[in-house]
Design a protein around this ligand. Structure first.
Ligand code: BV8
Length: 234
């Protein structure tokens, strides 16, 4: 058994790429010619709610046509088998980690399948289009729902819980993220400061590759199962 007990895993759009969901900064990164940074903001929603709702309605609908891939399933297997602390912190707003069976999971940037009511502040499970102004499932208010997504300029969810997990981590693994968006891109430095080993599994070197003790380059469906098998066999 290795001397690794507590693990934090950060995932980004790259872990869902092989399931068919577009990443943000790759060649398929634009949506109807818009950069995500220009649509995923409170200002964009205030200025043009129909455009922003359409952006999220399209991505929420796309979830019905995709399934978790071997990387999601490998992480769920690790989650089920790992005796120490383990936390999957995903930047992704898709539901593929859950559908693969991951339990110790946190969506720091929110979820497509959740709605946030601006009238009663409730967050409720949601599928289907939001553009038509459906009533809030909790309070019934009409046309009061926004996507339960952390936009640029908004505070990511459960940051204290994430910071506590990073402070205790013996191993920090980053999978499928470009390391371009903060605070997630800074987690590797926090983990390293607290003495964790740091590993990056990515198709290309990320902006933060220099902060990792080790970087393995390749597709997540090849790298993640191999890494999990190695860890569970140790
Ligand atoms: C905040 C929800 C403060 C939306 C998202 C200057 C310096 C530092 C920070 C800032 C700055 N200027 C502005 C900021 C702050 C800003 C920021 O970081 N901006 C960036 C652009 C510079 N951050 C924020 O605004 C955050 N909030 O700072 O709040 C605050 C403080 C007090 C009080 C209130 C507020 C909020 C950021 C969250 C924004 N929301 N998502 C949505 O999804 O619609 S971010 C968005 O980018 C997604 O969540 C996405 O997950 C995330 C990161 O992208 P990646 O996951 O990395 O995806 P990407 O396409 O970029 O890369 C894919 C990677 O996968 C690539 O490396 C590729 O090689 C790899 N890959 C591809 N295929 C595969 C693969 N790997 C393996 N296998 C494959 N097959």
């Amino acid at each position: 058994m290795t001397d690794i007990r507590n693990i934090v895993i950060l995932t980004g759009a790259g872990i869902s790429a092989e399931s068919g969901l577009a990443t943000f900064r790759g060649p398929d990164g634009l949506w109807e010619g818009h950069r995500v940074e220009d649509v995923a903001t409170p200002q964009a929603f205030a200025r043009n709610p129909a455009l922003v709702q359409r952006f999220y309605d399209a991505r929420r609908a796309a979830l019905d046509g995709v399934v978790p891939n071997l990387a999601h399933h490998a992480l769920a297997r690790l989650d089920a088998a790992w005796p120490g602390d383990l936390l999957i912190v995903t930047q992704n707003v898709d539901d593929l980690h859950e559908r693969a069976g991951a339990g110790r999971l946190l969506h720091m940037h929110g979820e497509l399948k959740s709605a946030w009511c601006r009238a009663c502040d409730a967050r409720t499970p949601f599928s289907g289009p939001m553009a038509g102004g459906p009533p809030c499932p909790a309070c019934g208010a009409a046309a009061s729902l926004r996507p339960d997504i952390v936009w640029f300029g908004e505070m990511p969810y459960q940051m204290e819980r994430i910071e506590r997990a990073l402070a205790r981590a013996d191993l920090f693994v980053s999978i499928g993220t470009a390391g371009a968006v903060y605070p997630a891109a800074g987690f590797v430095q926090t983990a390293r400061y607290h003495g964790a080993d740091t590993l990056e599994l990515n198709l290309d070197p990320s902006a933060g590759s220099i902060y990792f003790h080790e970087s393995r380059i390749g597709p997540a469906t090849a790298l993640v199962p191999a890494w999990v098998d190695g860890l569970l066999a140790a």
